[in-house]
Design a protein. Structure first.
Length: 570
């Protein structure tokens, strides 16, 4: 949409006489004079005609014409007329009116457009701002439209200012725009004002059922996001439950029951939450997204019940509910959370067949990619951008670590390593705990492969490769755990021995040397010197082994390691 153009004025500079071209015979150009006079006459007639069509007509008549164009949906014609008028009416009140009309044109065009166009909203805000600078007295309509544009542009302070101004003039504005106003308050960090706006909505007589349902749900959501204020949460629940008998409509009351159940889960009231979520599902006419949300939460309750009591029927209930959501709500904001739940149920049920294992891994990878691709959003919003709900990086990480622990305890070390590999795909900086968890799991898996693998060269080689990786993990843990002297020393010692066992003598020697150099007072130094000498000896580096043994004998007498060093010297 073209913006209003204002006069900018221009000047032309004349050439100096000394730079002008030499004049020819003036009598030879007399034929141009009639043409010049005719052109001037024609230009004068055109100017007079233009002025006659603009200036003599009252400004108010032009404004009425523009408004009729807007009412008829002729937005481009209206803007073109505004552009012309702006060149002929320059008084501040007139310019203010034209700026308002330009903003209205952009606003109405955007409403017809459907999908948001940022340039339209920028133009709306700019034109209304110019109108205000020219002294235009704000109206309810202008403030409402300006607030909507500000919200679309992410300008919460301006949106709040204009919406409050409109509501001060006309109280009916609040029910019409309470959702945008509450969103602006929350973006601006004004939670108390957001809560007050919702309370004012709920206290308004004759509020529509959908708005009342939204207000009750929003009140619960804001109480939950406000922290651990149990009184505020209980107050929101009491308000919602008291309103339900006056809400016979199925879907709106189902949404309220859904949020009541969510709050009760948050307050560790699983029995009440289950009852209200089941009631919510009974209220939903079709399997729409809120029904899926209720099913997902019921699946989580069943999964938690299985973890607490170990009843197989609870696990089967969770499996059925998650599968239902995955099947019916693919591509929705709850799809990733349902796939994460399905993966967790598979780990709990020990479903480790190749097919089930592939599905489980695919589910975890989808959940991981979802949290990597998506910025954080407030949970529970039915957002147009499809932001995932009920899932976060921390939740995925916790799920994978729990699955690792279960697989390790069951001796399924290959699966346990798979969960750690998936966890690393989250891209979080490695911690000392991460490195140690990986080191111990790989060490156990290597021992599992090496046990009885003498007649299976491929299995033996695979075991040695994993053992070497375990040594690398222990070395990293030693570095990451430097603040824990005992843990760091233990891992460095472990790494040196595992490098040797994996057949990497050079890395083993280097690690023993590091241990001896960095921890001279450690009681294991004599054994470290003995091990270092043996490593050198095993690779034929006798010249390096002899001084190590000699040093051990002289510096650590009367120790078994020194005695063995003397034997090796002999």
């Amino acid at each position: 949409m073209t913006d209003v153009l204002h006069n900018s004025g221009s000047q032309k500079s004349a050439r100096s006489a000394k730079n002008a071209p030499a004049a020819g015979n003036p009598w030879r150009r007399l034929w141009q004079i009639p043409l010049l006079l005719a052109g001037l006459a024609t230009f004068g007639v055109g100017v007079r005609a233009l002025v006659r069509t603009i200036k003599p007509i009252p400004f108010e008549t032009h404004v009425t014409d523009v408004r009729n164009m807007l009412a008829a949906g002729r937005y481009n014609d209206a803007v073109n007329r505004i552009n012309v008028l702006a060149n002929h009416f320059s008084e501040r009140p007139q310019l203010a009116t034209l700026e308002v009309l330009a903003g209205d044109a952009l606003y109405l065009a955007q409403q017809q457009e459907g999908s948001p166009v940022r340039q339209n909203y920028e133009g709306i805000a700019r034109h209304y701002g110019l109108a205000a600078s020219y002294g235009f007295a704000p109206t309810v309509t202008l403030d409402e439209r300006w607030a909507e544009a500000a919200m679309a542009l992410g300008d919460a302070p301006t949106a709040i200012e204009k919406m409050e101004a409109a509501a001060a003039i006309d109280p009916a504005v609040l029910p019409r725009h309470v959702r945008e106003l509450v969103a602006a308050y929350l973006v601006n960090g004004q939670t108390a004002k957001a809560q007050s706006a919702v309370d004012r909505l709920l206290a308004t007589a004759n509020v529509g059922i959908d708005d009342r349902s939204w207000g009750l749900c929003k009140k619960i959501q804001m109480a939950l996001s406000g922290g651990a204020d149990k009184a505020a949460i209980q107050g929101a629940l009491d308000t919602a439950l008291a309103a339900l008998p006056r809400m016979p409509e199925l879907d709106p009351s189902g949404r309220v029951l859904l949020w009541v159940g969510r709050a009760e889960i948050d307050q560790n009231q699983p029995a009440q939450a289950r009852d209200h979520l089941l009631a919510a599902r009974a209220h939903f006419i079709s399997h729409h997204l809120d029904d899926g949300r209720a099913a997902l939460l019921l699946g989580r309750l069943a999964e938690a019940a299985y973890l607490a009591a170990g009843k197989a029927e609870d696990l089967q209930t969770a499996r059925t509910l998650y599968q239902e959501v995955v099947t019916r709500h693919a591509g929705t904001p709850i799809f990733a959370a349902a796939r994460l739940g399905r993966a967790e149920v598979a780990t709990l049920g020990g479903e480790m067949t190749p097919s089930a294992g592939d599905t489980m891994r695919a589910d975890y990878e989808f959940a991981i990619q979802t949290v990597l691709d998506t910025r954080a959003h407030p949970i529970g919003e039915n957002r147009l951008d499809g932001a995932p709900e009920f899932i976060s990086r921390d939740a995925v990480r916790a799920s994978l670590l729990a699955a690792h622990a279960r697989a390790s305890a069951a001796g399924r070390l290959e699966n346990a390593l798979t969960f750690l590999t998936l966890e690393s795909e989250l891209g979080d900086p490695e911690t000392a705990g991460d490195a140690l968890r990986l080191a111990t799991t790989r060490e156990q898996r290597a021992q599992q492969l090496l046990a009885g693998a003498d007649k299976d060269p491929e299995k033996h080689a695979a075991g040695l490769a994993i053992l070497h990786q375990s040594a690398e993990d222990y070395a990293r843990h030693a570095h990451l755990a430097t603040m824990d002297d005992v843990a760091s020393g233990n891992s460095l010692w472990k790494a040196a021995g595992l490098f040797d066992a994996a057949g990497d003598s050079l890395r083993s020697a280097a690690t023993y040397e590091q241990f001896i150099r960095e921890r001279p007072s450690d009681a294991r130094v004599p054994d470290g010197l003995l091990a270092l000498g043996r490593v050198y000896q095993s690779i034929g580096a006798i010249d390096e082994a002899i001084p190590v043994y000699q040093h051990n004998v002289t510096q650590n007498p009367r120790t078994p390691a020194a005695y063995n060093s003397a034997v090796n010297l002999a």
